[in-house]
Design a protein. Structure first.
Length: 114
């Protein structure tokens, strides 16, 4: 029984939840993380799209504060969108590889049959 780790008030949470015994860490599960990333992508795409259309159409008068704000939103929203989309792609790289291989194999099988 001496080999068992001692549970104290400081480490109770980590011991009970089978987390690392060194220090408690808070991690998001994959579903929550992907939902948050996708929600941010949708928000950035919407902001960049709406601001782009309004700037392109000339709806916002030149030299006004609202136009400057929309230019700011458009530029930084586009940059954030590019960065987050790249991160999203990297996170799903294994899925892209697996799906691509499956589709190519199925396509080759169809061509051989015909």
């Amino acid at each position: 029984m001496d080999n068992w780790p001692k549970i104290t008030q400081d480490n109770f949470y980590t011991k009970v939840n089978n987390k690392s015994m060194d220090k408690p860490t808070k991690t998001l599960n994959k579903t929550t993380k992907y939902f948050m990333i996708d929600t941010a992508l949708i928000g950035l795409l919407t902001a960049s799209g709406i601001s782009g259309v309004l700037l392109w159409a000339g709806v916002l008068p030149k030299g006004t504060a609202i136009r400057i704000l929309f230019k700011f939103l458009h530029r930084w929203g586009g940059l954030g969108l590019a960065i987050l989309a790249t991160y999203h792609f990297i996170e799903h790289w294994d899925w892209y590889k697996k799906t691509g291989r499956t589709l190519l194999k199925d396509d080759i099988k169809q061509k051989i049959k015909n």
